[in-house]
Design a protein around this ligand. Structure first.
Ligand code: FEO
Ligand code: CA
Ligand code: CA
Ligand code: CA
Length: 598
């Protein structure tokens, strides 16, 4: 059952101003400190972080990874009462890495030295950190805990759900199409009602290259690179199969180097059991294959299906909903609920109504649409591997880059950030994406209608400069809350909506918004106040709380991301003028020990 809010929502703090400082700014009465920066020793023999990019690939595999993103705090008693605010597992994503400052002298050109590639692969993935308050009440990493774990771009994983064993999943590594190695570009996250972590594979396509004259649809529709991949891992000068697999081109004369299906094993939601360090992460294919930004569940009801929402963050892509076939029962709930269900895609009508269109191979309607579009699918697995194409066929609404979703803990109302889409022309405007050249983004929301695949929606907020108004509401942004490119989004258990921004470098550098930031909203009144501003050139992303709401964890990604080894544009979190910038978590507390946001 949904817990009632433990304290009234007050937002009693004074909004902070924008700034371009190389620090974390929070309101008066609050304190922020950095925690678990990239390179923190985490597992094995706990190799120390060395300034200057001199750690090896093998060391990185035992350290906290790079580019912290989506995050969840699991109280140590998450599977029972879930009340422990002093000890738990802090689990967070490592979206990508910055070779310019990861290596001693920046990246070596092509072909890439194998140990640089090993280090970059290890900088990706997920960290599971066992954390506990010390005698002074400060969270610290529990050294030597068997629960500390690194999952990387090389960790063995299972393919589960309908695409498991499909011919398009067969690789040299897994000749029966049931396994793969690693998770990549883990942006937003989610968690489940049964206490597991979900990580979303977003811009994975660029990690692979396919130089064939014509790419298959399961590569082309996702943007697999046509020349060299993002980091050139496929060119590694040794390491053979582990790195050559990032070349997904046809190499017909050498069957030993056939990695054409490797990219098909990416683009999924991955479930991780953080309480079992030996557990094999599961790629849950029933939730579809796209540029998953994150994933969020609707409040669970005993005896009803579980529902998850996920956005595909690319221009003109879609918002999806997964509904399990089996009902949820607290006593038996688990990952099986993510293996069999129906995937829907959203259509937003101009009159404020919406429809969920089933991407279901067994649906007459869907198959008729596919036939009319001259698109062939051979099975539900084929539909899921080609989820974007299936959504095109279904006639879903093309959105302005869907990022995170958040579900109100009491009402079940769903909010989604649409970060920006400068490519939308005036002719392409629709009611749900109402601005051409949308540089600043908006937040859409809907309420499900009961017992039908339909919903009612409106726009919660148009983001932008001071004075930006949201039509049909009283909301007009002020100096206390103007913002652009909303991305991270979460409700806390009190029902406050936390909005994090991911403005591009130029928008941060020259726009009216200062550095990336976090604003908190009362969703009922649309009162908004700026709560946090990040350091230079960072993104503010990832958020979680202890159950007592007295500690908030926020991630700071890629501070100073225009730095080179000879010119640092930020030295956060060291702030000492010589240290390279590092992504890190930030712990926010209220000085009087009170509830965050009160
Ligand atoms: Fe990785 Fe969609 O932000
Ligand atoms: Ca994001
Ligand atoms: Ca983003
Ligand atoms: Ca990012």
């Amino acid at each position: 059952a949904v817990q009632p809010p433990p304290a009234p929502v007050l937002m009693g703090f004074n909004a902070i101003a924008t700034n371009r400082l190389d620090t974390i700014t929070v309101p008066d009465g609050y304190t922020a400190r950095s925690f678990l920066p990239m390179g923190t020793p985490l597992t094995g023999n706990y190799p120390a972080y060395r300034e200057g990019g001199t750690n090896t690939g093998a060391e990185m595999e035992q350290q906290v990874g790079a580019h912290h993103d989506g995050m969840h705090f699991f109280p140590l008693d998450a599977r029972t009462t879930g009340n422990n605010s002093a000890e738990g597992l802090l689990v967070f994503n490592h979206e990508y890495c910055e070779p310019a400052t990861l290596h001693q002298n920046g990246p070596t050109g092509l072909p890439r030295p194998a140990d640089e590639v090993r280090k970059e692969v290890a900088a990706h993935g997920v960290t599971v950190a066992h954390v506990k308050k010390d005698a002074s009440g400060q969270f610290q990493l529990v050294q030597g805990s068997p629960l500390n774990r690194r999952i990387t771009g090389a960790t063995p994983m299972d393919i589960s759900g309908p695409a498991r064993g499909h011919a398009k999943m067969v690789t040299k590594y897994s000749t029966d199409g049931t396994r793969t190695r690693g998770t990549l570009n883990n942006c937003g996250n989610g968690y489940t009602p049964w206490g597991t972590y979900l990580t979303a594979e977003e811009n994975w396509a660029g990690y692979f290259a396919n130089t064939d004259a014509a790419q298959p649809r399961e590569h082309k529709r996702y943007g697999v690179a046509t020349k060299t991949s993002r980091y050139g891992w496929e060119t590694a000068d040794s390491g053979a199969d582990q790195y050559q697999r990032f070349n997904a081109s046809t190499i017909a004369t050498d069957a030993d180097r056939d990695y054409r299906n490797e990219p098909n094993t990416f683009g999924w939601i991955v479930e991780i059991d953080p309480f079992n360090p030996d557990s094999v992460p599961q790629k849950r294919t029933a939730l579809g294959r796209f540029g998953h930004e994150g994933v969020v569940f609707a409040p669970v009801v005993e005896g009803k299906p579980v529902v998850f929402y996920s956005g595909d963050d690319s221009t003109f892509e879609y918002i999806y909903k997964y509904v399990s076939k089996a009902p949820y029962y607290k006593a038996t709930a688990g990952g099986h609920l993510l293996n069999d269900g129906t995937l829907y895609v959203a259509k937003f009508n101009a009159d404020g109504s919406g429809e969920w269109l089933a991407l279901d191979y067994n649906s007459e309607t869907f198959r008729a649409k596919a036939l009319a579009a001259n698109v062939e699918f051979s099975s539900q697995a084929d539909v899921l591997i080609n989820t974007r194409l299936a959504a095109d066929v279904a006639g879903a609404t093309k959105m302005d880059r869907p990022e995170w979703g958040a579900v109100h803990p009491q009402s079940g109302e769903v909010y989604f950030t649409l970060t920006n889409n400068t490519a939308r022309t005036a002719a392409q405007i629709d009611a749900a994406n109402p601005r051409a050249a949308n540089a600043t983004g908006h937040i859409i929301r809907w309420r499900e209608r009961s017992a039908t695949a339909a919903f009612d929606w409106d726009i919660f907020m148009l983001a932008g400069d001071v004075g930006t108004a949201t039509p049909g509401t009283d909301l007009k942004l002020t100096a206390d809350n103007h913002l652009a490119s909303p991305d991270g989004l979460a409700f806390d258990k009190n029902g406050l909506l936390w909005i994090q921004t991911d403005m591009s470098g130029s928008q941060q550098g020259t726009g009216p918004y200062g550095n990336n930031q976090m604003v908190v909203a009362d969703a009922k009144t649309r009162k908004l106040k700026r709560f946090l501003v990040g350091p230079i050139d960072c993104e503010v992303t990832g958020i979680s709380w202890t159950p007592d709401m007295k500690t908030m964890f926020v991630n700071i990604q890629h501070p100073g991301d225009r730095s080179t080894v000879t010119k640092l544009t930020s030295t956060w979190p060291a702030n000492d003028s010589t240290s390279r910038p590092r992504s890190a978590t930030v712990i926010v507390t209220k000085n009087d020990g009170g509830v965050i946001g009160s």
